[in-house]
Design a binder for this molecule. Structure first.
Ligand SMILES: [Zn+2]
Ligand SMILES: [Zn+2]
Length: 240
């Protein structure tokens, strides 16, 4: 019933605010998430990255990660993807998040990944969230929550407010600086599988730090889901 109502709402909304492809801005049918052109031309990152480390060039041999799997729909370096992430981050336009939620649910099902018990979005500092008006990771979490019908918990992880902007640092500096930026509630997550989500993954430092806190709370498994993963060779400055 709820799904029918949501579809009805989407159809009616489309009359006044026609649905657009998040990547090329072309008009698309009210019940589509992406246009055919972009579906064929954008590289599906999920088919290219290592499922464990989330990097295109697997680095699992040299590193150990706190997360157990990474799902990423696209590559951030694609111009139309970075544009869609920008609109999502700064204007709260959630089309790319809706696509990522759908895409992640398909991969979870097809790859027999355990459906997580809860979704935990990467938190934003309170001051920053107030000035931006939303946390894009939370918006993505809500989209995935609807798709998989699991709860979103934004009361488990917190981020300290800091003047440091992640994107001004190099990859190595960023990995160091992310340490201690987050803290967690004293809740027992023993035996739970958690889906940790964020808009973009660059080095994976933020996801690794947050996954470490979830593991310290007892989480058995942490699956990271992002809209886009950066190809590290030529994009080191946009996320974490
Ligand atoms: Zn398109
Ligand atoms: Zn790997």
């Amino acid at each position: 019933m709820k799904i029918q109502l949501n579809k009805c709402k989407a159809f009616l909304l489309d009359i006044f605010f026609p649905n657009r492809c998040p990547f090329c801005d072309d008009f698309i049918r009210w019940d589509k998430l992406i246009c055919n052109n972009c579906r064929e031309s954008l590289i599906p990152a999920n088919d290219k990255i290592c499922r464990i480390c989330g990097q295109e060039k697997c680095c699992c041999h040299d590193n150990k990660f706190n997360y157990d799997a990474v799902l990423a729909s696209f590559f951030y370096n694609d111009k139309n993807v970075s544009k869609a992430v920008y609109s999502f981050k700064h204007q709260g336009i959630i089309n790319i998040a809706e696509y990522t939620a759908y895409d992640a649910s398909v991969h979870i099902k097809n790859e027999n990944i355990t459906v997580p018990d809860m979704i935990v979005p990467v938190p934003m500092g309170i001051r920053k969230q107030r000035s931006r008006g939303h946390n894009q990771a939370e918006l993505l979490g809500q989209c995935i929550g609807k798709e998989l019908d699991i709860p979103v918990r934004n009361d488990l992880l917190y981020k300290k407010d800091t003047k440091d902007e992640q994107h001004i640092h190099t990859a190595v500096e960023r990995i160091k600086r992310v340490k201690g930026l987050f803290y967690c509630e004293n809740e027992d997550l023993s035996g739970k599988s958690v889906l940790l989500c964020d808009d973009v993954m660059t080095t994976g430092a933020t996801l690794n730090e947050c996954a470490g806190l979830l593991k310290s709370m007892g989480a058995e498994k942490v699956i990271a889901v992002v809209c886009a993963a950066a190809r590290l060779d030529n994009s080191q400055e946009k996320g974490a």
